[in-house]
Design a protein around this ligand. Sequence first.
Ligand SMILES: Cc1cc2nc3c(=O)[nH]c(=O)nc-3n(C[C@H](O)[C@H](O)[C@H](O)COP(=O)(O)OP(=O)(O)OC[C@H]3O[C@@H](n4cnc5c(N)ncnc54)[C@H](O)[C@@H]3O)c2cc1C
Length: 378
Amino acid sequence: MNPLIIIGTGLAGYTLAREWRKLDATTPLHIFTADDGGFYSKPMLSNAFAGGKSAAQLATKTATQMAQELNAKISAHSEISAIHPERHSITVNGQEIAYSRLVLAQGADPIRLPLQGDAADAVMSVNDLDDYARFRQSLEGKQRVAILGAGLIGCEFANDLLAGGYEVDIIDPGSRPLSSLLPAEASAQLQDALSKLGVRWHFGTKAEKLDRMENGLRLTLSDSSTIDADVVLSAIGLRARTALASAAGIDVKRGIVVDNQLQSSAEGVYAIGDCAEAQGKVLPFVMPLMQQARTLAKVLAGTVAELAYPVMPVVVKTPACPLVVCPPAPGTSGTWLVEQTEQGVRGRFVDGDGNLLGFALTGTHTAEKNALAQQIAL
Ligand SMILES: Cc1cc2nc3c(=O)[nH]c(=O)nc-3n(C[C@H](O)[C@H](O)[C@H](O)COP(=O)(O)OP(=O)(O)OC[C@H]3O[C@@H](n4cnc5c(N)ncnc54)[C@H](O)[C@@H]3O)c2cc1C
């Protein structure tokens, strides 16, 4: 019997394998990954630095341990180069391997800014354990980090690096941190808290050029100002890995398009996690992928199941300014109603009829997360 094949050992691939094994303990399972297949929790990458955690400490299980736990074969350092939906097979290292069903859990690639200058290739991004190990190593004995992007990941890294004793500059073409997720009052509080820790903000401008200097790197911005740094970290966003699916003729938009059973346009080929576009949305967070994995496990085990997202607030890991956000779906029309108290900000995003569609909470108001989540009209 051909195995169920999963491509990817991130949270999506491994969560699916665990959920499926609860329902089917014996059908052969073969998991392929381009990395070493160790299990780690990716959200920890942006708050492990101050705690002095090495990449090895973040990997809580090896591929061998995972294979045993999941009763699976795991092929690490094995990049899939093609999928053939018509033959129900994949190609890896020049060899064609047949599957019964195939799950794409390939994640997303960091978007790279096209920079000029002789050090453009020195820009780093941290999207997996190997990146994290390289980032830590590059900071040894160094002091100054310039972060491109004042979004969620950029602000989390900034808080973590400041707590670890580094100097941080943040560059963003917008006018405030987390501008796409937060009302202005909550952004202001986050900005203030990170400023007090020492962040130097550069809003309304973009990185254009990175050059090597005698003593590190020099970033030139579009407003002609310059920032000297030892390391430049890009946190400007991710793009779903869709190339394999696309080359196989599978429907791809911003992610691999799947239906409510997580099936792509190719029969027997499914997609979950950061590479998938379900219900018209790519949601690169842990809660959505858990929901997708639980649903798909049932589908693969032959149970009737349909993807339905609960309310999914995101806890932003900026201890300087505790923050929870449950953003309204992009393009939703409505208004932020914001109360500022001594405890922080309580922002409620409502439609014309007063229905709650999203919220943002800072400070001790974050304790209201569950109560507000229950009020959201799904
Ligand atoms: C720094 C950081 C902090 C974050 N913090 C939070 C947070 O606080 N809360 C939250 O909800 N979300 C957070 N996220 C997002 C969350 O971590 C991701 O949504 C999630 O981990 C994605 O998991 P994934 O399995 O889809 O992808 P990945 O973890 O990227 O896994 C993809 C896998 O596919 C494999 N692969 C890809 N292509 C191939 C191929 N051709 N052949 C073989 N293998 C292949 C890769 O090797 C890898 O094993 C954070 C993300 C980052 C980067």
